[in-house]
Design a protein around this ligand. Sequence first.
Ligand SMILES: C[S@@+](CC[C@H](N)C(=O)[O-])C[C@H]1O[C@@H](n2cnc3c(N)ncnc32)[C@H](O)[C@@H]1O
Length: 245
Amino acid sequence: MSEWFESWFETDTWLRIHEAYWRDRAADEVAERLESVMALPTGSRILDVPCGIGRLSAALADRGHRVHGVDLSEMVLAAARSHAGDRTVTFERGDMREVEGSSEFDGAICWWGSFGYFGDEGDEAFVRAVRRALKPGAPFLIEGFVMESLLPGFQASGVGRFDDVMFVEERHLDLETSTIESTWTVLENGAVSGRTDVRVRLYPWLTLRALLNRAGFEHTTLLDAGTLEPFVASSRMGRTLTLAR
Ligand SMILES: C[S@@+](CC[C@H](N)C(=O)[O-])C[C@H]1O[C@@H](n2cnc3c(N)ncnc32)[C@H](O)[C@@H]1O
């Protein structure tokens, strides 16, 4: 049986959600912010993994960088290639855990809650592969949540909407594995059109930091993704940026 991330990201429903997500956001502003957090000089070679439909890859290329995007889904890569046109971006189908390359990138990004899909071994394999692909001292930026930033707002269920796609998400935190197990029930045109189980590891900060250290990243910082200041625990749920070098 295939893993959830091998099938869900190949569905038309996902493509519609993915495109709606980036339509609502200014990719160029996100690119500018991450460029400043990572202190990337113009002309940097950047690894975007997983790149999805490549909106950030394209925005980084527009800011003068050379970007290489890797993703497992043929469907999102086709959308990424078509959007990128003749920008300085290359795309490759590949598994994040087996990213290739050795000391060739000036920076790497893992954007929009794309970390924690593979369990302890797989997540560490991904981080090790990114570390190998980066030049010594180069930054790796992971966007998403850590346990401390998500739990204040954890809810066992919720309803979301992207364009005409609505979904009901039922969530459970498995304490044995620190994994959020969700079931997404997707509704289109007023009827249930699909159901998907999603499992994402929710790392406590110290555990994530230890994983990054083991993989060769010596310096790690947890930032508030909104303010770009060091993360401070509070009673609010908030997205984070993990910066590792
Ligand atoms: C939430 S999306 C984020 C995409 C992109 N970072 C963005 O911000 O638009 C997660 C992506 O992970 C990709 N993915 C899932 N499992 C993967 C794997 N094993 N190797 C490479 N990509 C994978 C999916 O195809 C999907 O495009």
